[in-house]
Design a protein around this ligand. Structure first.
Ligand code: PLP
Length: 406
């Protein structure tokens, strides 16, 4: 090492003032790192503009700068994962006004862990054996109309789902094998209301779980269900909260969260071990939730409407094209988009064809197909996941395709 370099390194060390502040110990040596490495290009992966909603196959959402900062800032030191989960969970519980919380690898993981917790409690023998416990299968009560793809996360634990319709049938479904009840918040139809569902579960002394994975905005939903009395609540981290895609929240009753933690990594062998959350994602999930709660939600909504207006204005410069504001009634994806429709006598292309052309274009844009009350299909252009500079790109791409079809 040349003298000048030694002096430079000593200078760096004394400036850094401690482990946390030093640069990544395994980082490439200064000067050998390419200026800006384009990994999309390097691997031939197409970057996509998401003019839709948060979709798992499209990598969920984009992490907030605060989240990336949290990930980067915490990547350079080790931490005890038990301590980290406890501290992050404690802080999240405080923020969400509930007894306890933990970071999971997503809402699906939260359902596995919540169900496992309801089955095993803190019993080490049961934790070791699940999903192959001796005796009759544990039972989880759900409304018939709430059955959905994600309920496989319940049966993963060895439990079986008991379907009920209406409060009376629900009340009769409890027996010694019942361990939990699950409410799918975004189900189209409910034969038992939230309130009755909680009350009936409480009456039978069985914990109630609500899956509200995609149900912010509004931000109030993050507080609503624990207030109603649900014992466990889950939200995805990688949807509109904009945390890491492989993170999520499970929160509620302290004893159940403690049991859920025992069923999760870093314990060596429980059912949740394959659903590990890494250290950076835990910090990242915390940072995402904090940023989400502190955001000016009114302003964000106004910005979304501004984007809607901009896209409408651009596409409507073509005669025969109309853009309408579409606000999804929720509970999932309850935010504005633009429904673009046109006179197909004048502009000879279908919404599906426009969607396909957007997807195969450069840049590749993913939009959805919507429908109006009269059954007419529309091109549904989402605005909430666009980067500011992408609003014009999307508006003009749609306009260009429609113009060519005139
Ligand atoms: C997205 C979603 C899930 C799965 O969430 P992950 O965080 O991707 O595991 C579960 N339930 C509902 C209702 C969802 O929308």
């Amino acid at each position: 090492m040349k003298r000048r370099e030694i002096i430079k390194n000593i200078g760096l060390l004394s400036l850094s003032g401690g482990l946390a502040a030093t640069a990544a110990p395994y980082a490439t040596q200064a000067g050998t790192m390419p200026e800006k490495r384009d990994l999309f290009k390097e691997l031939g992966v197409t970057p996509v503009i998401n003019a839709g909603v948060t979709m798992t196959f499209l990598s969920g959402s984009l992490m907030l700068p605060e989240v990336l900062e949290a990930i980067n800032a915490t990547a350079h030191d080790f931490a005890n994962m038990y301590e980290l989960q406890d501290k992050v969970g404690g802080k999240i519980a405080e923020m969400l006004h509930c007894e306890a919380a933990m970071v999971t690898s997503g809402a699906s993981c939260a359902i596995v862990l919540g169900t496992a917790a309801a089955i095993t409690g803190t019993n080490p023998e049961k934790i070791k054996l699940i999903p192959n416990l001796p005796g009759p299968r544990p039972e989880v009560i759900m409304q018939k109309t709430h059955r959905y793809l994600f309920d496989q996360a319940i049966t993963t634990t060895g439990a079986q789902i008991i379907e009920v319709s209406g409060p009376e049938e629900m009340g009769k479904a409890f027996n010694g094998n019942t361990v939990m009840t699950l409410f799918f918040n975004a189900a189209g139809e409910s034969s038992v209301t939230h309130e009755d569902f909680v009350a009936i579960s409480k009456k039978h002394n069985v914990p109630s779980f609500i899956d509200a994975a995609a149900d912010v905005p509004p931000v109030d939903n993050l507080f609503k269900f624990q207030k109603m009395g649900f014992d466990l609540v889950t939200f995805s981290g990688g949807k509109m909260i904009r945390g890491p895609q492989s993170a999520g929240l499970l929160f509620g009753r302290k004893d159940l969260i403690e049991a859920a933690k025992l069923n999760h990594s870093p314990h060596e062998a429980p059912i949740g071990r394959p659903m590990k959350v890494n250290k950076e994602e835990m910090f990242g999930m915390y940072a995402a939730l904090k940023a989400y709660l502190e955001r000016d939600h009114k302003k964000e909504w106004a910005d979304w409407l501004e984007r809607v207006k901009k896209i409408k204005t651009v596409v409507q410069t073509i005669p025969g094209v109309s853009g309408e504001t579409y606000i999804d009634p929720g509970p999932a994806n309850a935010f504005p988009s633009v429904d673009v429709s046109w006179d197909e006598q004048r502009i000879k292309i279908s919404p599906k064809e426009v969607q396909a052309q957007l997807k195969s274009g450069t840049p590749s844009i993913v939009a959805n197909i919507g429908g109006k009350k009269d059954g007419k299909k529309t091109l549904r252009v989402g605005v909430v996941l666009l980067k500011p500079e992408q609003v014009d790109i999307v508006a003009n791409s749609v306009k260009d395709i429609l113009k060519k079809a005139q």
